[in-house]
Design a protein around this ligand. Structure first.
Ligand SMILES: Cc1ncc(COP(=O)(O)O)c(C=O)c1O
Length: 387
C-alpha cells in the first residue's frame, strides 16, 4: 500500500491522554485534570435548542452561521472586546474554538511558515500548526515573568519565515493574562514585521481580580486588520459539548474560512447555534455567579498549594488552571502525576504534556467543588510529605 499522509503521521498524539486514561475507573478520585466547567448548560439555553428543533431549525445553515447569532456575537464583541465586527462579513460560527483555530492557521499559513507560540501551550496548538503545514516556534513563558512573553525572547524568535504570533490570554494551562502594555508591545512587533496575530480568547470571561482587565489585542490601534479572534461558547456558558465557537477577522480572511467550512462540516449544528444565541441574549447573571465560584476555588487552591512544603505557584489571574512548580520534590512532572494518582488518588496533568517547557510543573484545573479542593489539598500534602 502507498504511504499515508506524512503530514498527518507527523502529528503527535495528545501528550496528556495518558493521564486521562489512567484516571478512568479510579474510585474516589479527586480530579483536577479536566479542562471544562463542572456546571451544566443553563436550562434556558437547552430550551432554546429544543424550541429551535420544534420550529424546524434543523437544516443546513449558511456556512458562516445563522445571521442572528452573528449579529449577537458582533454586539457582544463590541461590548466585551471593544472591537467592531461586521456580522455579514467578519464573523464565522465554528465547531468550537478548536475549529476556529484550525481554520485560522489554514487561512494564513503556507507550508514552512512559522507560527510563534508561547510555551507551555494548549496541547492542540502543536497538532493544528502541523496540520496547517506550518512550523510551530515555541517561546518559553517564564514563571518569573508571571508566564507572559518576555519581549526580548519574542523578538529573538522572529525570522523572515514568521507569519503569525498566537496568543492565549487568559491562558490554558498557565492561568496568566497578558496586560495591555505587553499586548501593545506585541502589536507593535506584529506591525513592524507585518505579522498576523491569532488571539485565543476562549477564557475571556474567567478573570478574577478587580485590578485585572481583559484586553483583546484586536482593539488596539491598527490591529484589527491583522488579527484573528478565536472565541467559544464552551467555557463562557458551560457548553463544551455543544461545539459552538467563532472566528472574527477581516472579511478576506473569513472568506478563506468559509471555503474551509464548506468542505469540512458545511456548518455548525443548527439547534446548537440557536442555543448559543439564547446564551448571548439571556441574562448573564448566572455566569457572573459561576465566575465567583471559580474565584473562591482559585483562592482556596492557590493558598493551599503554597502552604505545602516543596510546592509553589504564582497566583493565576484567569482561566481555571493553576500551574504548580514541583521541582523541589525531585520528581519529573510525569512521575509526580502518575504517583499522585496511584498513591493518593488525585488527578493532575504533567506539565510536560504542554511542551517540554512545562517540565517541572503540573496543571491543576479547579473544576471541582470547594469540598473536593480541600480533600485534594490534604491528599497532596500527605503525598508530598511521604516522598
Ligand atoms: C486555550 C484553549 N483554546 C481553545 C479551546 C477549544 O475549546 P472549544 O473547541 O471547546 O471551544 C480550549 C479547550 O480546552 C482551550 O483550552
Amino acid at each position: 500500500m502507498k504511504d499515508l499522509s506524512a503530514k498527518m503521521l507527523d502529528v503527535p498524539w495528545s501528550a496528556i491522554r495518558k493521564i486521562f486514561n489512567m484516571c478512568i475507573g479510579v474510585d474516589d478520585l479527586v480530579k483536577f485534570t479536566l479542562g471544562e466547567p463542572d456546571f451544566l448548560t443553563a436550562p434556558h439555553i437547552v430550551e432554546a435548542a429544543h424550541q429551535a428543533m420544534l420550529r424546524g431549525e434543523m437544516k443546513y445553515t449558511s456556512n458562516r452561521g445563522v445571521a442572528e447569532l452573528r449579529q449577537a456575537i458582533s454586539k457582544m464583541a463590541k461590548l466585551k472586546k471593544k472591537v467592531d465586527l461586521d456580522p455579514e462579513t467578519e464573523i464565522i460560527v465554528s465547531n468550537g474554538g478548536m475549529q476556529a483555530l484550525m481554520m485560522s492557521m489554514n487561512a494564513v499559513c503556507n507550508p514552512g511558515d512559522e507560527i510563534i507560540i508561547g510555551a507551555p501551550y494548549f496541547t492542540n496548538y502543536l497538532g493544528q500548526a502541523l496540520m496547517a503545514g506550518a512550523v510551530p516556534k515555541f517561546v518559553q513563558l517564564h514563571e518569573k515573568n508571571a508566564f507572559i512573553f518576555d519581549m526580548d525572547d519574542l523578538k529573538a524568535a522572529i525570522t523572515d519565515k514568521t507569519k503569525a504570533i498566537l496568543i492565549n490570554s487568559p491562558s490554558n494551562p498557565l492561568g496568566s493574562i497578558i496586560d495591555k502594555g505587553t499586548l501593545q508591545k506585541i502589536a507593535d512587533l506584529a506591525k513592524e514585521h507585518d505579522l498576523y496575530v491569532i488571539t485565543d480568547e476562549v477564557y475571556q470571561d474567567y478573570v478574577y481580580d478587580p485590578d485585572v482587565e481583559f484586553c483583546s489585542i484586536a482593539s488596539l490601534e491598527g490591529m484589527k486588520e491583522r488579527t484573528i479572534i478565536v472565541d467559544s461558547f464552551s467555557k463562557a456558558y458551560a457548553m463544551t459539548g455543544w461545539r459552538v465557537g467563532y472566528a472574527a477577522a477581516p472579511a478576506h480572511i473569513i472568506d478563506l474560512m468559509v471555503k474551509q467550512q464548506e468542505g469540512m462540516a458545511s456548518c455548525v449544528n443548527a439547534p446548537a447555534q440557536y442555543a448559543a444565541l439564547a446564551a448571548l441574549e439571556g441574562s448573564q447573571d448566572i455566569y457572573k455567579e459561576m465566575i465567583q465560584t471559580f474565584k473562591r476555588r482559585r483562592d482556596l487552591l492557590f493558598e493551599g498549594i503554597n502552604k505545602i512544603d516543596k510546592l509553589s505557584c504564582v497566583k493565576p489571574k484567569g482561566a481555571f488552571y493553576l500551574f504548580v512548580n514541583i521541582t523541589k520534590t525531585g520528581l519529573s512532572s510525569d512521575e509526580f502525576a502518575v504517583r499522585l494518582l496511584r498513591e493518593a488518588k488525585v488527578g493532575v496533568v504533567p506539565g510536560s504534556g504542554f511542551g517540554e517547557e512545562g517540565e517541572g510543573y503540573v496543571r491543576m484545573s479547579y473544576v471541582v467543588s470547594e469540598a473536593d479542593v480541600a480533600k485534594g489539598l490534604e491528599r497532596i500534602k500527605a503525598f508530598v510529605e511521604s516522598l
